[in-house]
Write a protein that binds this ligand. Structure first.
Ligand code: MG
Length: 332
């Protein structure tokens, strides 16, 4: 059980025996005040995120895997190869050390898969009730290697471009909701939480002129599409029928009254590409284990600037608006 006051011997042991030994990185082992890394040639991408998901473990992942994948995916979306992560832990006194070890192991596994190094970190223990078990903040640095079109803000997006979605939506949000309510759907609904750098990097390495990437996390696919058109001279027309959704996720959304377009994902990417390279890009994404169900879901249009319009399954049209607030708090 964790009850380590700040700076004492117990904290020292926790850092040595849990974080340093499991993350097992030469820079972290040095325990210097800063990790000093080799210089890189490309532009640097830098991102940070905090993770407060509740419960800590859910089908398909846990807070540790989420903390690594979320930051890796934000770097990948910028066209950057993830290089280094920092990890800061705020732990509630009384948390089982075994639980922490499970989370840290899962982070190490995800980092290994993504090929990113955890090189610095921090740990604070707070009193009972002052945080909920465990909060993690990860920051990440990556190198932009091969993006031939600047991806920042999607400023090169133009009419006729196509919108690719790398797979099914809503899996993460519904997996967390299922875990929270102890629903017995574990075999049917799993979080999609995954590091996507190996899926998108080949697009850039092939020198394809990808125009924009974003991982549709909180607020779901709807929020990401609305962000793309916000204050721009174009709109997006999406085809709802083309959006891949797992049957069980659709069923659970119906049961709980959620629109899957607004449910969070943690292992998906929205990619905007010129029409000419759309098929090639789709094929490359589908080669990845995480992109097997990738689909073209829409087109950038001159019509309806600033708006996202969905052609519905029954043939009508509906406007997709930015979600007003979070429909499911603490899902990441
Ligand atoms: Mg993101």
């Amino acid at each position: 059980m964790i009850g380590h006051g700040s700076g004492g011997r117990m904290m020292h042991e926790l850092i040595e025996n849990v974080f340093i030994s499991i993350f097992d990185d030469p820079l972290l082992t040095l325990q210097d005040d800063s990790a000093v890394m080799d210089p890189v040639t490309g532009n640097l991408a830098f991102t940070t995120d905090s993770y407060v998901v509740q419960p800590l473990f859910f089908p398909g992942g846990d807070i540790g895997k989420l903390a690594v994948c979320g930051t890796v995916n934000d770097l990948a979306a910028a066209g950057a190869k993830p290089l280094y992560l920092s990890a800061a832990f705020i732990i509630e006194e009384g948390m089982e050390t075994e639980t922490l070890i499970k989370v840290v192991r899962s982070m190490a596994d995800a980092a290994r898969e993504a090929g990113v190094r955890i090189v610095c970190g921090d740990t604070k223990v707070v009193g009972k009730g002052q945080c909920d078990q465990l909060f993690i903040t990860t920051s990440g640095v990556g190198e932009v290697v091969n993006a031939i079109v600047p991806l920042v803000c999607g400023k090169n997006i133009s009419h006729g471009d196509r919108v690719i979605l790398s797979g099914t939506i809503g899996d993460h949000g519904m997996a967390v909701l299922a875990a929270r309510n102890d629903l017995n759907v574990k075999d049917m609904i799993e979080s999609d939480c995954a590091p996507l750098n190996s899926m998108v990097q080949p697009l850039l390495d092939m020198m394809l002129p990808v125009k924009f990437m974003r991982d549709p996390t909180r607020g779901g696919l709807a929020a990401t599409l609305c962000e793309i058109v916000n204050n721009r001279q174009f709109g997006i027309l999406i085809d709802e029928e083309a959006i891949p959704i797992n049957k069980s996720v659709r069923g659970m959304c119906e049961l709980f009254g959620f629109d899957p377009l607004y449910v969070a994902n943690e292992g998906k990417m929205v990619i905007v590409v010129p029409d000419e390279i759309c098929d090639e890009a789709l094929n490359i994404i589908r080669r990845s284990e995480y992109g097997k169900r990738a689909a073209v879901i829409g087109t950038i249009e001159e019509k309806n600037p600033g708006m996202v319009i969905a052609r519905t399954i029954i043939g009508g049209k509906r406007i997709i608006t930015m979600p007003a607030g979070e429909q499911l708090p603490r899902i990441c």
